[in-house]
Design a protein around this ligand. Sequence first.
Ligand code: ZN
Length: 144
Amino acid sequence: MSDQQFFCEYCGYYSDNQERCSHCGRDIAELFTQPVWFRVPEQGRLTIRLSSPDHTEHIWRELAELWDRLERETSLGLYPGQMKKFPPTGDTLELYGSELEIRPVQELLKGRGTVEFQKLPCEQIPHRPKYQLPRPPTVPRNKR
Ligand SMILES: [Zn+2]
Protein backbone atom coordinates (compact mmCIF):
# COMPACT_ATOMS: atom_id res chain seq x y z
CA MET A 1 0.00 0.00 0.00
CA SER A 2 1.36 3.40 -0.90
CA ASP A 3 1.25 6.21 1.57
CA GLN A 4 -0.35 8.50 -0.97
CA GLN A 5 -3.77 9.78 0.02
CA PHE A 6 -6.65 10.55 -2.28
CA PHE A 7 -9.46 12.81 -1.23
CA CYS A 8 -12.80 11.06 -1.64
CA GLU A 9 -15.47 13.59 -2.57
CA TYR A 10 -18.24 11.18 -1.65
CA CYS A 11 -17.51 10.64 2.00
CA GLY A 12 -15.07 13.44 2.71
CA TYR A 13 -12.29 11.19 3.95
CA TYR A 14 -8.95 10.38 2.43
CA SER A 15 -8.54 7.08 0.69
CA ASP A 16 -5.39 4.98 0.44
CA ASN A 17 -6.53 3.68 -2.89
CA GLN A 18 -6.94 5.76 -6.00
CA GLU A 19 -9.60 3.55 -7.62
CA ARG A 20 -11.81 2.63 -4.72
CA CYS A 21 -12.23 4.65 -1.56
CA SER A 22 -10.75 2.73 1.34
CA HIS A 23 -13.25 4.48 3.60
CA CYS A 24 -16.65 4.22 1.89
CA GLY A 25 -15.80 1.77 -0.89
CA ARG A 26 -17.04 3.91 -3.74
CA ASP A 27 -15.40 4.09 -7.12
CA ILE A 28 -13.37 7.27 -7.03
CA ALA A 29 -11.06 6.71 -10.01
CA GLU A 30 -12.80 9.31 -12.14
CA LEU A 31 -12.32 12.02 -9.52
CA PHE A 32 -8.66 11.90 -10.41
CA THR A 33 -8.80 11.16 -14.12
CA GLN A 34 -11.38 13.87 -14.97
CA PRO A 35 -10.69 16.93 -12.89
CA VAL A 36 -13.85 19.02 -12.61
CA TRP A 37 -12.19 22.10 -14.02
CA PHE A 38 -11.87 20.46 -17.45
CA ARG A 39 -15.59 20.31 -17.96
CA VAL A 40 -18.71 22.27 -17.18
CA PRO A 41 -19.59 21.59 -13.56
CA GLU A 42 -22.77 19.68 -12.96
CA GLN A 43 -25.57 21.52 -11.23
CA GLY A 44 -27.65 19.91 -8.59
CA ARG A 45 -28.45 19.57 -4.95
CA LEU A 46 -26.00 19.21 -2.11
CA THR A 47 -27.28 17.39 0.91
CA ILE A 48 -25.18 18.14 3.94
CA ARG A 49 -25.55 15.83 6.92
CA LEU A 50 -23.78 16.38 10.18
CA SER A 51 -22.48 13.20 11.70
CA SER A 52 -22.91 14.15 15.33
CA PRO A 53 -25.59 16.14 17.17
CA ASP A 54 -22.83 18.01 19.03
CA HIS A 55 -21.90 21.52 17.97
CA THR A 56 -24.45 21.63 15.16
CA GLU A 57 -25.16 25.28 15.88
CA HIS A 58 -21.48 26.10 15.59
CA ILE A 59 -20.99 24.09 12.39
CA TRP A 60 -24.03 25.63 10.72
CA ARG A 61 -22.71 29.06 11.57
CA GLU A 62 -19.34 28.25 9.96
CA LEU A 63 -21.11 26.82 6.96
CA ALA A 64 -23.36 29.87 6.65
CA GLU A 65 -20.27 32.09 6.46
CA LEU A 66 -18.76 29.89 3.79
CA TRP A 67 -21.93 29.70 1.75
CA ASP A 68 -22.49 33.42 2.01
CA ARG A 69 -19.01 33.94 0.54
CA LEU A 70 -19.61 31.35 -2.18
CA GLU A 71 -22.85 33.03 -3.17
CA ARG A 72 -21.14 36.38 -3.43
CA GLU A 73 -17.88 35.25 -5.04
CA THR A 74 -19.15 32.71 -7.49
CA SER A 75 -21.65 33.08 -10.26
CA LEU A 76 -23.94 30.35 -9.04
CA GLY A 77 -26.82 32.28 -10.56
CA LEU A 78 -29.16 30.50 -8.21
CA TYR A 79 -32.36 32.00 -6.98
CA PRO A 80 -33.37 32.78 -4.41
CA GLY A 81 -30.36 33.39 -2.21
CA GLN A 82 -30.17 30.41 0.06
CA MET A 83 -28.88 32.15 3.15
CA LYS A 84 -32.33 32.03 4.68
CA LYS A 85 -31.95 28.26 4.93
CA PHE A 86 -29.45 28.87 7.72
CA PRO A 87 -29.47 27.68 10.36
CA PRO A 88 -31.48 24.60 9.50
CA THR A 89 -33.44 22.79 12.15
CA GLY A 90 -31.86 19.42 12.67
CA ASP A 91 -28.71 17.97 11.21
CA THR A 92 -29.45 18.03 7.48
CA LEU A 93 -29.40 20.86 4.99
CA GLU A 94 -30.14 20.85 1.29
CA LEU A 95 -28.65 23.50 -0.94
CA TYR A 96 -28.70 24.00 -4.65
CA GLY A 97 -25.29 24.38 -6.15
CA SER A 98 -22.76 22.75 -8.37
CA GLU A 99 -20.16 20.09 -7.82
CA LEU A 100 -17.63 22.88 -7.39
CA GLU A 101 -19.06 23.59 -3.95
CA ILE A 102 -18.58 20.02 -2.72
CA ARG A 103 -14.94 20.41 -1.90
CA PRO A 104 -15.05 23.69 0.03
CA VAL A 105 -17.98 22.38 2.09
CA GLN A 106 -16.15 19.12 2.79
CA GLU A 107 -13.00 20.94 3.74
CA LEU A 108 -14.97 23.03 6.20
CA LEU A 109 -16.72 20.00 7.70
CA LYS A 110 -13.41 18.16 8.15
CA GLY A 111 -15.17 14.87 8.71
CA ARG A 112 -17.87 16.32 11.00
CA GLY A 113 -20.43 15.57 8.34
CA THR A 114 -20.93 14.41 4.79
CA VAL A 115 -21.92 16.05 1.55
CA GLU A 116 -23.93 14.21 -1.03
CA PHE A 117 -24.32 15.64 -4.48
CA GLN A 118 -27.24 14.81 -6.70
CA LYS A 119 -27.20 16.07 -10.24
CA LEU A 120 -30.46 17.73 -11.25
CA PRO A 121 -31.76 18.83 -14.61
CA CYS A 122 -31.51 22.57 -15.05
CA GLU A 123 -35.26 23.16 -14.88
CA GLN A 124 -35.43 21.65 -11.39
CA ILE A 125 -33.00 24.20 -10.03
CA PRO A 126 -34.36 27.61 -9.15
CA HIS A 127 -32.45 30.25 -11.06
CA ARG A 128 -32.67 33.98 -10.97
CA PRO A 129 -35.78 35.00 -12.87
CA LYS A 130 -35.26 36.85 -16.10
CA TYR A 131 -36.20 40.48 -15.87
CA GLN A 132 -39.91 40.91 -16.44
CA LEU A 133 -41.74 44.13 -17.11
CA PRO A 134 -43.77 45.12 -14.07
CA ARG A 135 -47.39 44.26 -14.52
CA PRO A 136 -49.99 46.97 -14.16
CA PRO A 137 -51.54 46.93 -10.71
CA THR A 138 -54.73 44.98 -10.55
CA VAL A 139 -57.78 46.65 -9.09
CA PRO A 140 -59.34 44.66 -6.28
CA ARG A 141 -62.65 43.17 -7.27
CA ASN A 142 -64.70 45.11 -4.71
CA LYS A 143 -63.44 48.49 -6.01
CA ARG A 144 -64.44 48.01 -9.65
ZN1 ZN B 1 -15.13 7.63 0.41
